[in-house]
Design a protein around this ligand. Structure first.
Ligand code: NAP
Length: 349
């Protein structure tokens, strides 16, 4: 058995940082050796300073670690970042410049030159541009916004088979997507908030980058017209999205369902530890998928789809659900690390 790679967690005390710690407990390839956060937390024991949100206890080995400053002298082979976007850009760059591979959740570097915006089941070929980054031994890989992730996994098999021309998506997004303490209870109880800052632009720009190609050593966006409307709803975890699509070539309804159900990608073929199999669940029950019932399928890494039907405006419409803090954040980043390890791109420092 190979020794485990040693990971540091930047932003370890936050909602996403905590999810990394929860998901990496007992990981077969990765162990956490450093936790870092702001100066408010640095110098204190992780267990004393963290408002732990999960029902499962903090792993003892992590609870006793001292939280460190986010400066690139951590004892680890690479870092995961769940940093607040106000500071993530600069801190992640400083780590990459110091030779650390950085696997980030934050938005700051998603459109930086040669930085892959990676979903391993969708665009693993985008990793080839990583070697063009100017960080020496270090590099940055990002994962998309939580609402983009579920959408793109549902769209990818259809785009491969028939080509997508237009996409319209309306989201109902969980509260945990806003971090902790997030939206005030008096704002969201008995209510829906029809606005999430920058979310619609992120969904529109990220989707076409991820579904795009590499041409002349640069990312080239897919030529898909996409419009997004994003809403915050009183659900704890799991983003539900209503999607309308127009395809370039005609497709039969049954064929679309088959393509979803049979979709296999590199993480499944490589049997990566966090890769769900199946990746996509299609439900025939017209009341499914639902956040409370289906968000944890595949340990929160699978995507659930239902209600595929013809659309009078576009070709088809359907509903998609994915877990925002697992597949859409920490779990997605861990799968990014796993594919990098499997391809020999992430090793001991
Ligand atoms: P959060 O709960 O507010 O956590 C933010 C983390 O950043 C904390 O560990 C905090 O440390 C640290 N931090 C804040 N200011 C800092 C500074 N000046 N220097 C060093 N560390 C600092 O936020 P979150 O929900 O976990 O989100 C983290 C990132 O992931 C964000 O960029 C967010 O957009 C992205 N994201 C979140 C989700 C989701 O579903 N929640 C999904 C996808 C992506 P202290 O505790 O010491 O203040």
């Amino acid at each position: 058995m190979k020794p485990k790679l040693r990971a540091g967690i930047l932003g370890a005390t936050g909602a996403v940082g905590q999810k990394f710690i929860e998901l990496l407990a007992n990981h077969p390839w990765i162990e956490i050796t450093a936790v870092a956060a702001s100066q408010r937390s640095a110098g204190k024991k992780y267990g004393d300073v963290t408002n732990w949100l999960s029902g499962t206890p903090i792993p003892l080995s992590i609870a006793n670690l001292e939280v460190q400053d986010c400066i690139p002298n951590l004892d680890c082979d690479f870092v995961f970042s769940g940093l607040d976007a106000s500071v993530a850009g600069e801190i992640e760059t400083s780590f990459a410049q110091a030779g650390y591979p950085v696997i980030s959740n934050s938005r700051n570097h998603r459109f930086s030159p040669n930085v892959p915006l990676l979903i391993p089941e969708v665009n693993p070929d985008h990793l080839s541009l990583m070697k063009e980054q100017k960080f020496g031994k270090g590099f940055i890989v990002t994962n998309p916004n939580c609402s983009t992730t579920g959408l793109v996994i549902a769209l990818k098999p259809l785009h491969d088979q028939w080509g997508l021309e237009q996409v319209n998506v309306v989201t109902m997004q969980a509260l945990s997507g806003a971090g902790y303490p997030g939206v005030a209870s008096l704002d969201i109880l008995d209510n829906v908030i029809p606005y999430i800052g920058s979310e619609e632009q992120k969904m529109e720009s990220e989707t076409v980058k991820i579904l795009g190609k590499i041409e002349n050593k640069a990312f080239k966006n897919a030529s898909i017209k996409i419009s997004a409307q994003c809403n915050r709803v009183a659900v704890m975890n799991g983003h539900l999205e209503c999607v309308n699509i127009k395809l370039k070539t005609k497709a039969k309804l049954d064929a679309i369902i088959q393509v979803w159900q049979n979709y296999q990608a590199e993480p499944q073929q490589l049997k990566l530890p966090s890769a769900p199999n199946p990746l996509i669940y299609y439900f025939t029950n017209e009341k499914y998928p639902q956040p409370r019932l289906h968000r944890d399928l595949g340990n929160g890494m699978a995507v659930s789809i239902g209600r595929l039907r013809e659309c009078p405006l576009f070709d088809y419409k359907f509903v998609v659900l994915s877990h925002n803090t697992v597949r859409g954040a920490a779990g997605g980043a861990i799968l990014n690390a796993e594919i990098l390890i499997a391809k020999g791109l992430l090793t001991t420092r």
